[in-house]
Design a protein around this ligand. Structure first.
Ligand SMILES: *Cc1c(COP(=O)(O)O)cnc(C)c1O
Length: 400
């Protein structure tokens, strides 16, 4: 955990709005996964869409992690960070075959989630490029419908009921399937969702003779609200190890298990700092208007997500109730009726748990610049992305 002093120091040095990341916390999260899954042959692939600054990717590369990429550009960033191709999975959705070809040219692991693409892939490569298949297990799970990806009406994956069609494609094209993948959603606390998903996948393994990998995706929950608890990783590690061991005894088959956590690895490591611009007393509410908005942190508006917010400039101030709003010309409310130590103009407000899907989902809406990013490593504090300026906004625009 970074102290308020360190965070205020960062805000003073680099200005606000500002994202600050704590390297130690990322390493703690990674180590806790290795510990929880120690009984199984597990490999972790960081789902990097949560936070792709190459300096962050390098931390995980050095830890020995693999990486899960959902676009060809993420694959390029992963290579830049030092991940070798065998430690990269390419898990896109709704992309054209061309993008798969680009990924195969880079020799990364390929995850296919569509029957017609599997056929195209098989026709092109035969058994020369073994693939992973993303199955849709028809499980409803996750913190919000927008982040549920494994239910029957989800666009993701090939229905687990279409295993026979997959087999037909394998028969026709000789495509070799080395892995089966599911990712049911984000913020899953209920361990039974993972156990059920695994059971469903294990039932289909008999149809895939070349199978060596089962990839159970990501979606571990981290606590956002003060009284919330995250996924119990130790308990999950035990349950899954039991399930795999039982399966091995009955079938004689052993698999490598892959996970793709995004949020779990980087959420708690991230802090978002903004400055109070105005305090507005309305007839029924007091607003704090800050120098940011959903252009910098969209989760509260997009997912109704809760972020803990504190006034780190005035921690002894009297508690008052505020609506914390942004400066975008839309109703961009970060929090309703939130108790904070009295906020004065220019106070620095801290948003916790901002490492995942924070900066990464930021935009330049309202022609405002995106924030800077800073990495704290032990005693060192380093700018890892400079603040944007008007020139960045104009870059790429063609003027006569
Ligand atoms: C987004 C995503 C993840 C990570 O989800 P988290 O909730 O951040 O853990 C894992 N795998 C795939 C395929 C994804 O799209």
């Amino acid at each position: 955990m970074l102290s308020n002093d360190i965070l205020l120091n960062a805000a003073g040095r680099f200005g606000t709005p500002l994202y600050v990341y704590d390297e130690a916390q990322i390493n703690i999260q990674y180590a806790s996964l290795k510990q929880a899954f120690r009984r199984s042959d597990v490999k972790i692939f960081y789902a990097c869409k949560a936070l792709t600054n190459v300096n962050i990717l390098k931390i995980l590369a050095q830890q020995g992690s693999g990486i899960d990429c959902v676009s060809i550009n993420e694959v390029q960033l992963a290579l830049k960070a030092g991940f070798t191709a065998d430690r990269i999975i390419f898990t896109p959705n709704s992309v054209a075959f061309d993008e798969y070809l680009e990924a195969t040219a880079l020799n990364v692991n390929i995850n296919i989630d569509n029957l017609s693409l599997l056929e195209e892939f098989g026709n092109h490569f035969g058994d020369g490029y073994p693939v992973i298949i993303r199955l849709n297990p028809h499980i409803m799970a996750g913190g919000n419908i927008k982040i549920s990806t494994g239910h029957v009406d989800s666009k993701f994956g090939i229905s687990i009921e279409q295993v026979q069609q997959i087999r037909d494609v394998m028969e026709r094209t000789k495509v070799s399937v080395k892995g089966l993948h599911i990712h049911t959603g984000s913020e899953i606390k209920d361990l039974e969702v993972f156990v059920k998903g695994l059971e469903l996948v294990l039932e289909t393994t008999q149809f895939f003779p070349d199978l060596t990998i089962i990839d159970l995706g990501g979606g571990f929950k981290v606590p956002y609200k003060p009284d919330e608890v995250g996924t119990d990783m130790e308990a999950l590690g035990e349950k899954l190890a039991d399930a795999f061991e039982a399966f091995q005894q009955s079938s004689g088959k052993k698999f490598q298990v892959w996970f793709e956590p995004g949020k779990y690895l980087v959420s708690q490591a991230g802090y978002f700092l903004v400055r109070a611009n105005i305090i507005k007393q309305g007839p029924s509410r007091t607003f704090v208007g800050v120098n940011s908005g959903f252009n910098h942190l969209i989760r509260p508006m997009f997912y109704d997500a809760y972020h803990k917010i504190t006034n780190i400039s005035h921690t002894e101030g009297e508690l008052k109730t505020y609506n914390i709003v942004g400066n975008i010309c839309e109703t961009d409310t970060f929090a309703w009726d939130r108790e904070l130590n009295e906020v004065r103009p220019n106070d620095i407000l801290l948003f916790n748990n901002a490492g995942a899907y924070g900066f990464e989902m930021s935009s330049r809406f309202n022609s405002r610049c995106r924030p800077a990013e800073v990495l704290v490593s032990g005693d060192a504090m380093k700018l890892i992305r400079r603040r944007e300026n008007l020139e960045d906004i104009l870059q790429g625009v063609i003027l006569d």
